[in-house]
Every structure is written in C-alpha cells, then in structure tokens.
Design a protein around this ligand. Structure first.
Ligand SMILES: N[C@@H](CCC(=O)N[C@@H](CS)C(=O)NCC(=O)O)C(=O)O
Length: 310
C-alpha cells in the first residue's frame, strides 16, 4: 500500500511547500483536510499528539514535518529527482535556514502586521506556537518592528533575485528542485497573507518570473479522503519502514527504547511517546499502538527535534 495521504489545509504555507514538491514529481495523492486549529483528534490519533501541518501518511507510516516528508518523497520517488545537481547536501543545509529563520521572520511579519484583526483563538494558538509563552508581548514587539522585519526578509529575497538574473527557470537551473519549493513557500505566504506583500515583492522582477514558473508546476493530482478513511487505512496496514539504529548514535538510542519526541522549540506542544524503531542522522521513527489506529510508526526529522529517552 503506497498511496500518499496528505493531511493539510489549503491556507498552510508549509503544506504548500510539499504540494509544490508533489507537482515537481507529478505525484498522485489523497487530500485529507484537517482543522486549522486544535483539537485535531483524527490527526493526533495518527501522530500520537503532533499537531502541526502538514503530515504525510503512507499506510501505517506517518511522516511529521515537511523536512521528513521531502526526505521520504526523495527516497521513494527518485525520478525526476528533487536534487538535480551535485549540491544535495548543501541544499539540505540551506533548507535549515529557509525552514528556520526565514519562516520565523515571515510568521512574525504576518502575525505582527495583522495586529488586532486576528481572531482571538487563532492569535492565541499561533502566538503561543511561534512566539513563546510571552506571545502577547511578542506580537506587540513584531508589530512595532515591521520595517525591521521587512529589511530582514529583503536581504535573502535580494540574494535569490540576483541568483535568478541569468534567466534560469529554477534556482538550480532548468529543472525544478526541492529548494525551489523550500523558498517558494515563504514567498507564497508573504504574497498571500500580508497586505504589503505584493508591493514588497514587486521590486524583484526575476523572483516574480521564477514564482510563475514554480506556480506552473502545479500540485500533482489529488483526490479527497476523509480523516476517518485515513485512520482505517492505518489500521488495515502495518508499518513497513526500516528497523535499526545507525552507528555513531550520539544519544545511546536502541530499538525498542521508550522515548518522547518534540520540536526543539518553545511552542507549548505535546511530545509524542513511542518505542524507537529506527534512528540515524536524519530520522527518528517511533512505534505506537492504539485501538483506534492499530500499530503505526511515526517519523520525525532528527534535525530540529528533541528526542528524550524515558
Ligand atoms: N517545521 C515544521 C513547521 C510546520 C508548521 O509550523 N506548520 C504550520 C502551518 S503552515 C502549523 O502547524 N500551524 C499550526 C497548525 O496548523 O495547527 C514543518 O516543516 O513541517
């Protein structure tokens, strides 16, 4: 059972990154629309508590975080490749910046500029998730420093625009790559959700040309699926991913050890508990079991996640 099930909602920029990746490989996928705000009981039944968007499911294997999702898509669908040049390692390194600092700046700009117009429950949820316990102060701070945030984003956008000046279609040349999706989603978010976005982006003529090229890749082909069907699919399957712990494991993990996994951030999120099935430099995968879902294996990236032995 290799059908790709994608748990997401249309307004999610991080999900847009993965939808573009589906477009690059022209993949078919099942689209499960999840709520924008917790509770998300059908999603967290599968993930063991992880509530962010997006999550990918293949049978009873559940992939949390776009880094882990792209890594798995790259492994399962090597042609056409997401990494069309020799710079694969460098591109993963660069994506730590686009997923980290660049995404955080974008979120601060969008939440900060929305000010009091954000619905209260949304402001509270996203404020705590992205700005920490003192998120009310964080929002005010972002609102007071909007020109500074624009300046911080303008630098990388200028680098990207300059990089595209030779007329190339995509960042690495004539073929689209994961890094196109990994930068595009921030631009998509700025354009679509900040009222000043289109004006700010209009200074970058080559970036605008590139944006159109990325948009034209589409999202592959999708067909709706309900959350209940996704759970039934997990229950009807067994995890099929690799078992083992790679050499030089720095945290002494071993197969069967009970651990908890959570984003290495102060987002107030519930850690996910399970037994180690697989660990290497890139991935931590844990097994969980419940009456509702049967046995599942939940995969996370290692970079950016905290694994705590219990
Ligand atoms: N590092 C994560 C970040 C995911 C993330 O923060 N996604 C946003 C949506 S774009 C989110 O989860 N927002 C709260 C929610 O959807 O409940 C990834 O790359 O997948």
């Amino acid at each position: 059972m290799t059908e790709i099930v994608f748990h997401n909602y249309p307004q999610s920029p991080v999900a847009e990154k993965v939808r573009v990746a589906f477009g690059i490989n022209n993949l078919s996928w099942r689209d499960v629309e999840i709520p924008r705000l917790p509770p998300k009981p059908l999603l967290t039944a599968l993930t063991g508590g992880y509530r962010r968007t997006p999550v990918m499911q293949i049978g009873a294997d559940i992939y949390c975080d776009s880094q882990c999702i792209l890594h798995e898509l790259d492994r399962r669908y090597p042609t056409p490749t997401f990494m069309p040049t020799d710079e694969r390692g460098l591109m993963w390194c660069l994506s730590r910046y686009t997923d980290g600092e660049m995404f955080t700046l974008t979120v601060k700009l969008i939440l900060g500029s929305a000010g009091d117009s954000l619905p209260e429950d949304f402001a509270e949820d996203r404020g705590r998730l992205y700005l920490g316990e003192d998120w009310v102060e964080g929002l005010k701070n972002a609102n007071a420093r909007l020109p500074h945030l624009v300046a911080q984003l303008r630098a990388p956008l200028t680098w990207v625009n300059t990089h595209l000046k030779d007329g190339r279609s995509f960042l690495l040349g004539s073929n689209p790559a994961a890094i196109d999706a990994q930068i595009y989603y921030a631009v998509w978010f700025i354009r679509g959700r900040w009222s000043g976005g289109p004006a700010m982006l209009s200074e970058f003529s080559d970036l605008l040309r590139w944006e159109e090229n990325v948009k034209a890749l589409g999202h592959g082909t999708s067909l709706a699926m309900s959350g209940e069907e996704a759970i039934a699919l997990a229950k009807a399957n067994m995890p099929s991913s690799e078992v083992g712990v790679a050499p030089n494991e720095p945290q002494g993990l071993s197969v069967g050890m009970t651990v908890s996994v959570s984003p290495d951030l102060d987002g107030g999120e519930q850690p996910v508990e399970g037994k180690v099935r697989f660990a290497n430099a890139y991935t931590i995968a844990i097994e969980r079991s419940s009456e509702e879902t049967g046995d599942v294996c939940v995969h996370f990236p290692r970079a950016g996640y905290c694994v705590t032995p219990r």
